[in-house]
Design a protein around this ligand. Structure first.
Ligand code: SF4
Length: 148
């Protein structure tokens, strides 16, 4: 059967790209900063452990398996999904992004975001890139609960 949670194109083809595009817009999946960088100057070095952690989450290939295997995503079409929460966790780690936990709370601190997850964690079981979805969703939930 075609993967549920995504718009059906035809036969077994679904439009994961449209879903991922909307998710990226929703979680504002880009660096937020007011700093002006001099591109001729050397970049501020990033702690190698932090860089590794960021690159680890950047390995998402947007296959959609975490979304299609998620019971919450199937019941709640507006759920940001595990891939979306992974994006938020990625920018929360990145020292170039100056958004605060309060800003991330504004984005996903609701029942279609981090608090929709029922912790069934099929996403973590099925991710072909073995991204630490369970760990990151739990971490983001703890961080954002403190904003309530
Ligand atoms: S299953 Fe893993 S690689 Fe695929 S979209 Fe979800 S987080 Fe990304």
């Amino acid at each position: 059967m075609p993967m549920p949670a995504f718009e059906l194109i035809k036969d077994l083809s679904v439009n994961t790209g449209k879903w991922m595009d909307a998710m990226c817009e929703r979680v504002e999946s880009w660096i937020h900063t007011n700093e002006v960088h001099d591109i001729s100057a050397l970049e501020e070095p990033v702690d190698p452990d932090v860089a590794d952690e960021t690159f680890e989450l950047d390995r998402c290939i947007e296959c959609g398996l975490c979304v299609t295997s998620c019971a919450t995503a199937l019941m709640r079409p507006d759920f940001v999904g595990p891939a979306g929460l992974n994006r938020v966790a990625r920018f929360q780690i990145d020292p170039h992004d100056h958004r605060t936990d309060a800003d991330f709370y504004e984005l996903v601190g609701d029942d279609d975001g981090i608090f929709a997850c029922m912790s069934l964690l099929a996403c973590d079981d099925h991710c072909p890139k073995h991204l630490p979805l369970q760990e990151k969703i739990a971490y983001m939930r703890r961080k954002l609960v403190a904003q309530r």
